[in-house]
Write a protein that binds this ligand. Structure first.
Ligand SMILES: [Fe+2]
Length: 302
């Protein structure tokens, strides 16, 4: 109990503590510009220096880009080892994950009633991963690794969710309060072939981890199949975010992953452009993804 109280006192995310927030905000906004990719020789055998550089980058921006010098033959095994070495242990098993928990995202048929957008060449809107998961299975980190880019397109936009929090709180702290309500955002149940495979999930957009005081965001910009809490502050906060994505922000980073490149992240906001594959020339987009229930550890913990 004592620990929890201390954590709550330290957090810049308390709406009653403007001083901690101001200090934290200044440090956050001082980190600007696209980060350099951390070069990794072999993700299956991550060196201590490489690991430090990855974790330090994630501490500053909640994501780090990396570039692999020698891609492994068994990509999935090497990515699993990579995650483990970074301190990420629990893989989120989803509907379409292969057995290993590493998901190959590429254009393919899925056994679902409607085409599942990640497995098409269509654009993917702003979201954090696992926004449709139950409260106790929130995705706190993910990694993406590009084995093969598309012939054209497929660029990602990346936006630290803590910066989104700052933009909202600076505009109106009541919007942040509204988004922390336990029923701020509901994802209605999902049925496949008449069978319910997921119940309704209500939860906050922003929440603070009781274990480490970090900020978590659960969000989807989709307009259908999401239910925002029906009050003025929630509606205005949701509209503000959509407008922010339209207007742009100098902390939104646009990056097209090349072969052997990837991102690790504390589940920041992201989206993907549509793309065009050209399988005849071998340019068929293939990106591996892993999701974790825990966040990347602090660099200093190693
Ligand atoms: Fe995603």
């Amino acid at each position: 109990m004592q620990t929890q109280i201390r954590t709550a006192e330290r957090t810049p995310f308390s709406l009653d503590d403007d001083q901690s927030y101001a200090r934290w905000r200044a440090n956050k906004l001082a980190v600007a510009g696209m980060p350099e990719a951390v070069v990794i020789q072999d993700p299956g055998e991550l060196a201590a220096k490489e690991r430090q550089a990855l974790l330090r980058g994630a501490e500053a921006r909640n994501f780090t880009l990396f570039r692999v010098r020698r891609p492994a033959m068994d990509i999935e095994a090497s990515l699993r080892a990579f995650g483990r070495r970074l301190g990420l242990l629990d893989l989120d098993q989803n509907l379409c994950a292969e057995d290993s928990g590493i998901t190959a995202i590429t254009v393919k048929q899925t056994n679902t009633d409607k085409p599942y957008i990640p497995y098409t060449d269509r654009p993917l809107g702003w979201h954090t991963d696992g926004y449709y998961n139950a409260g106790h299975q929130q995705v706190r980190a993910w990694l993406l690794y590009c084995a093969q880019p598309a012939a054209e397109g497929g660029t990602n936009d990346l936006f630290d969710h803590e910066i989104a929090y700052i933009r909202l709180r600076d505009e109106n702290p009541e919007w942040v309060r509204a988004l922390m309500a336990p029923d701020a955002l509901t994802i209605p149940r999902n049925t496949e072939q008449g069978q319910q495979i997921r119940p309704d999930h209500s939860g906050p957009v922003f929440s603070i981890s009781p274990t480490d005081g970090s900020l978590h965001m659960r969000y989807s910009a989709r307009q259908r199949n999401v239910i925002w809490r029906d009050d003025a502050d929630t509606r205005q906060a949701a509209a503000f975010l959509l407008d922010l994505f339209q207007r742009g922000d100098d902390h939104i980073y646009r990056y097209r992953l090349g072969p052997g490149e990837g991102v690790i992240s504390n589940n920041i906001l992201h989206r993907r452009d549509g793309f065009r594959d050209d399988p005849a020339s071998g340019n068929k987009r293939l990106v591996y993804r892993a999701r974790y229930y825990q966040r990347l550890p602090a660099a200093t913990e190693y």
